[in-house]
Design a protein around this ligand. Structure first.
Ligand SMILES: C[S@@+](CC[C@H](N)C(=O)[O-])C[C@H]1O[C@@H](n2cnc3c(N)ncnc32)[C@H](O)[C@@H]1O
Length: 282
């Protein structure tokens, strides 16, 4: 695996994914019983935006950077409160020196008795992640294939929880692996809440993906798309997609409401947020 998330940390796709993740985790936390979170493609957990690799792409400047420039307006959005708290915790003076990864967002929501399992295949990235959570008993870091971990770690004894699958999409077959992962969830942990990330490029590809996901039984699924503009072209990244699996009550609507509120703040006046229920069999 050659992918390094440091090049993309804090980009629009990260903002879309992490804001939705926070909305979903907030809903899970409403119930007192313990929950489990599995992040199958965890990355390093915290990104130094002053690193030359982050600076060369400049991707953070159009995502978290844009939000930082209108911080007061982000702070006025109740649905963004937890997301923003985690962003500020790694960048307390708001200078844009760091951005949290999904493990830090998930960790923020854990209470006494809740657990977080993080999988990262790349040895260096896994070692960095392990250092970040060295003394944290609620967090387990596994250097392993996150897709395989679905079978090994599910169902959790807590019997409720969230599974985040955020693959790099650098190799062929990632959409196929997401469909297979949904089948595994349906078979092993059908009441899981889930969040699967995917890029929106060619509409034919996403359409086929939605059809196949809709064929997975026992899961309720909604595709939530944040499109950067009006014009969708097959040869470029047009937006960020999330399959929301078994979204708790009102969560899909809240994800969309928050996404729409963020579009102007992200400087995407032509952007759109679309929710499409995928007709999964009951
Ligand atoms: C998009 S990044 C993850 C970003 C992270 N979820 C976040 O939001 O901060 C994808 C990560 O998956 C890792 N990876 C690639 N294939 C994997 C696999 N089969 N199992 C686990 N991790 C994998 C890559 O090394 C990379 O760090």
């Amino acid at each position: 695996v050659n992918y390094r998330h440091i090049y993309h940390a804090g980009h629009l796709c990260d903002v879309a994914k992490h804001t939705a993740l926070c909305v979903m985790l907030g809903a899970l936390r409403r119930k007192a019983t313990p929950f489990f979170v599995l992040d199958t493609h965890a990355g390093i957990g915290r990104y130094d935006l002053t690193d030359a690799r982050a600076q060369t792409t400049g991707e953070a400047s159009v995502g978290i950077g844009a939000l930082r420039r209108v911080a007061a307006q982000v702070e006025a959005l109740p649905l963004a409160a937890e997301y923003w708290a985690v962003c500020r915790a790694v960048d307390p003076d708001g200078a844009g020196s760091a951005y949290p990864g999904s493990p830090l967002f998930a960790r923020h929501f854990l209470r006494e008795g809740d657990r977080l399992a993080l999988c990262e295949l790349h040895p260096d990235e896994a070692a960095t992640l392990r250092r970040l959570f060295r003394d944290d008993k609620a967090v387990q870091v596994h250097q392993r294939d996150g897709y395989e971990a679905l079978r090994a770690l599910l169902p959790p004894p807590e019997k409720r929880g969230l599974v985040l699958i955020d693959p790099p999409f650098e190799e062929e077959g990632e959409f196929d692996r997401l469909v297979a992962a949904a089948e595994t969830l349906a078979a092993r942990f059908a009441n899981a809440v889930g969040l699967f990330w995917y890029p929106i490029k060619d509409r034919v590809v996403t359409g086929r993906f939605y059809e196949r996901m809709a064929g997975v039984s026992r899961l309720n699924m909604v595709a939530a798309e944040l499109l950067f503009g009006d014009d969708v072209r097959g040869d470029r990244l047009n937006g960020s997609g999330l399959i929301l699996i078994n979204p708790p009550w009102h969560v899909a609507e809240d994800v969309a409401t928050l996404g729409r509120a963020l579009l102007p703040l992200l400087d995407l006046p032509e952007g759109k947020v679309l929710l499409s229920p995928l007709a999964g069999a009951a």
